[in-house]
Design a binder for this molecule. Structure first.
Ligand code: FMN
Length: 181
């Protein structure tokens, strides 16, 4: 008899880094939606994950600060790279995506590919990466910079698009089902 763990009985790991809590709330939402459609889930911060070995799939999230993922999330991908390469992996980022418009669209595209380049170096077959709007009241930014950001089509507040997050989660659930997980 094989001693291999039964993949389908293993939970899906939803793991995140956060500085101010908004990414945790998105991770919790993804976990609860997956749980609602029948998946066993485990949602925890990246620094509370012992190993990815006992998970069937992994969803990793981090906010973007100064154009990079938080260090804890980068470290997690580095340390777990070998294990992650053997699983279905999805990634998401939170950032200030702002209002639609060509200037922002270009900035978002650039930011998204910069983040993806780093993830793909470690986990080449990451299935998808999404940049969702985050939450920032702008209080940590100087008034002139806030004004400049607004002129460029950015906006402050809670920009999390729960409909987009739920749709993405449904796509992941479909793929997991298709994989027989
Ligand atoms: C000091 C600071 C720097 C930030 N830098 C970026 C950035 O470079 N790109 C971006 O898209 N969002 C940036 N943001 C927005 C955050 O990614 C957003 O607020 C996110 O929701 C924070 O996640 P957390 O609450 O999980 O820490 C920044 C926010 C702050 C306060």
């Amino acid at each position: 008899m094989s001693s291999e763990p039964q993949t389908s009985s293993m939970p899906v790991l939803i793991t995140y880094a956060t500085s101010r809590g908004s990414t945790k709330e998105v991770a919790d939402r993804i976990a609860s939606r997956l749980h609602a459609v029948g998946f066993a889930v485990d949602c925890r911060p990246v620094d509370h994950v012992f190993s990815v070995e006992n998970y069937s799939a992994v969803i990793i999230g981090s906010p973007i600060y100064h154009q990079k993922w938080l260090l804890d999330a980068q470290k997690f991908v580095d340390v777990e790279a070998v294990g992650l390469r053997m699983k279905p992996v999805w990634a998401f980022s939170l950032g200030m995506v702002g209002k639609p418009g060509w200037r922002r669209a270009r900035a978002i595209k650039k930011e998204t590919s910069r983040i993806e380049d780093v993830i793909i170096q470690k986990v080449p077959k990451v299935r998808d990466h999404r940049l969702f709007g985050g939450k920032d009241d702008g209080s940590s930014v100087s008034t002139p910079l806030r004004g400049l950001y607004r002129c460029l089509g950015g906006s402050f507040g809670d920009m999390r698009d729960w409909t987009a997050i739920d749709s993405w989660t449904s796509l992941i659930a479909k793929e997991l089902h298709a994989d027989g997980l």
